[in-house]
Ligand binder design. Structure first.
Ligand code: GLP
Length: 237
């Protein structure tokens, strides 16, 4: 736990940097949303390019074109790949063509063929979701099409002209898929995440709180600012 977002980003970045330094061909799992920005910025500030890294997105909206600035492909290219010198063809995002149908199995296969994800970067939704696995998602779930809750659509509406423009469904890695990453780096900022963070770290392991699944993973780093950590009651080292 540290005071501000750039410090949290730096702490999270050190775990990712460790991996990329030792393996320039590493396979990274990447999140979108506002949370991972400070990590990506800290990595970019090293001034090093990573032309042989492969990256797999957690999820993608259905019903918006990949070229739309709000697609997760566009977001990752803009905020992650270009600043780090990662070629666009090394950024893998679930294909949402054909209304998202039939693309989930291919995405799972491409992760396996790449050797699996070494480090998965994760944010947490205010309702405790990870990727787009909303409350109630099975911990064994695999990549699939999901309906987004109104809360998630409302939270994410800040990126869109209005809530009616926020897609209603997405293609997301499942919780079972995410848990296969060899290491998880979980980040959260702000008091709006405090309840979800406390439930995820100190509450029961339950599908009501998808992020509580991280308690079952053997190698997790959680990086929080003080506001996101403010509802924790135990000491975490
Ligand atoms: C989004 C994404 C998640 C992200 C989470 C938090 O809906 N699908 O991968 O971690 O919600 O978003 P933010 O970081 O903007 O708070």
């Amino acid at each position: 736990m540290v005071a501000d977002t750039s410090e949290v980003g730096a702490v999270a970045e050190s775990a990712v940097w460790e991996l990329l330094r030792s393996n320039p061909e590493a396979v990274l799992g990447v999140a979108t949303g506002s949370t991972p920005g400070p990590l990506y910025q800290a990595l970019a500030s090293r001034g090093k390019k990573f032309p042989t890294v492969q990256a797999f997105a957690l999820d993608e909206y259905c019903g918006i074109d990949a070229s739309d600035p709000n697609s997760y492909r566009s977001t990752l290219l803009r905020e992650f790949a270009r600043p780090l010198g990662i070629p666009a063809e090394h950024v893998h995002v679930p294909s949402t063509s054909n209304d998202c149908k039939d693309n989930a199995a291919d995405y799972e296969s491409s992760i396996s063929e790449a050797g699996g994800i070494a480090v998965q970067i994760l944010g947490v939704g205010t309702n405790g979701h990870i990727a787009f696995n909303e409350p109630g998602s099975s911990f064994e779930s695999r990549t699939r099409v999901v309906e987004l809750t109104e809360r998630t659509r409302r939270d994410n509406s800040r990126y869109f002209p209005s809530i009616s423009d926020v897609p209603r469904s997405a293609l997301t890695q499942g919780i079972g898929t995410i848990l296969e990453a060899r290491k998880l780096v979980v980040m959260a900022f702000g008091v709006g995440k405090a309840a979800a963070v406390a439930a995820a770290l100190e509450g029961p392991v339950t599908t009501d709180v998808p992020a509580s699944a991280i308690q079952t993973h053997p190698d997790v780093i959680v990086c929080l600012d003080l506001a996101a950590a403010s509802s924790l009651t135990r000491s975490h080292r």
